[in-house]
Design a protein around this ligand. Sequence first.
Ligand SMILES: CC(=O)N[C@H]1[C@@H](OP(=O)(O)OP(=O)(O)OC[C@H]2O[C@@H](n3ccc(=O)[nH]c3=O)[C@H](O)[C@@H]2O)O[C@H](CO)[C@@H](O)[C@@H]1O
Ligand SMILES: C=C(OP(=O)(O)O)C(=O)O
Length: 417
Amino acid sequence: MEKLMIAGGRPLRGTVQISGAKNSAIALIPAAILSETAVTLDNLPALSDVAIYTELLEELGSTVEWSGDRMSIDVSGLRSKPMPNGNVKKLRASYYLMGALLGRFGEATIGMPGGCNFEPRPIDQHIKGFEALGAQVTNENGALHIKAKELRGAKIYLDVVSVGATINIMLAASRAKGVTIIENAAKEPEIIDVATLLNSMGARIKGAGTETIRIEGMDALHGCRHSIIPDRIQAGTYMIAAAATRGDVVVDNVIPKHLEAVTAKLQEMGVHIYEMDESIRVVGQPEYESVDVKALVYPGFATDLQSPMSSLLTQAKGVSILSDFVYSNRFKHVPELTRMGANIRLESRSAIIEGSKLSAAKVKATDLRAGASLVIAGLTVEEGVTEVTGVEYIDRGYDNLVTNLSNLGAEVWREND
Ligand SMILES: CC(=O)N[C@H]1[C@@H](OP(=O)(O)OP(=O)(O)OC[C@H]2O[C@@H](n3ccc(=O)[nH]c3=O)[C@H](O)[C@@H]2O)O[C@H](CO)[C@@H](O)[C@@H]1O
Ligand SMILES: C=C(OP(=O)(O)O)C(=O)O
């Protein structure tokens, strides 16, 4: 196991290039299962989740070829094979194998997903969707067995707005007979990205990005080439890190519209932001105002940026209240930030953060964004070296983190723990 070492106190300066979005990539790769011919994906991020998904597709009999950040998936040898354990337990998005294999083969046996378990993350809405499409779902020793004689389109109202359930239902429904309508669908940009790929594969999906999605099922889908959207969560993390270190950073290769909630919140704190067509320049300031932040479903402030934002709010004057309305207990980073001198109290689904100077400490990342939050905190510390263990979580979502931060002038390196 490795740990990240951070000698902070240096303002980040320069340009950082943002890679493709993790949460798109790990839905688009399994979406290829629905195709009869090869699918090529461009702009893939070099993340451990992507590497694990590559292995999962190979275990199912596909051949994957890489060229730089391009992946070609030959699905001719693909079959539906039970996957109760192993790689499926290593990431959250293995649940997309359920919808994709169900759509293509009418059957899937997949172990319950892993990923960042900062609190219980049920998948009842995915199951409700599969059942509405005509599948029978049974739990076999911790793995879900999902089987349908024939998938039929249906009207599905999601009880909670769920990114995963929306995409999983879209995947299965794109090969069902007839029309499926998802109501109360999630609107995240990654959902539009998946619908765009599926439509390029010959599906007929309308309304992705709104709360009502209409999917006309097709007998067969075909291969295509698709470029993945930029990772708005990585981009937001670098924006927050630039502000926290009072730096001056151009975050390049982004879709500024996807970052409006974080841009607005940083501006409210007093950070100077300049938006260009495909980049955002963040200029930090000596002092920040405290603000209240509510993590919500898109287009609200992303829950995945809530923990990184906590670290920035320790740098503001006065008391900020940061509440998470998606995951009420996503605060595993807070005890670690407290170890670094942060003044944070937890109340219900909120962190009450009073501005304070942080100091170097040995801290532990227990999930991906908690890790990002600790890295940002470490970057603000003026003396000493902060040690962050649990780097394997950070590697799930940030490619080339050490190189990117070093290019921006940070003193960051990896060591064996
Ligand atoms: C691989 C991926 O894309 N991960 C993202 C995805 O996770 P994921 O898709 O798993 O998250 P969801 O959007 O499904 O979860 C949103 C809320 O709905 C609840 N819920 C969800 C499904 C369900 O069947 N029942 C249920 O109660 C969850 O507990 C949570 O409170 O969206 C989250 C919310 O933006 C992000 O934090 C994750 O980075
Ligand atoms: C929670 C996250 O990922 P996952 O859903 O893949 O665990 C995340 O990206 O912050």
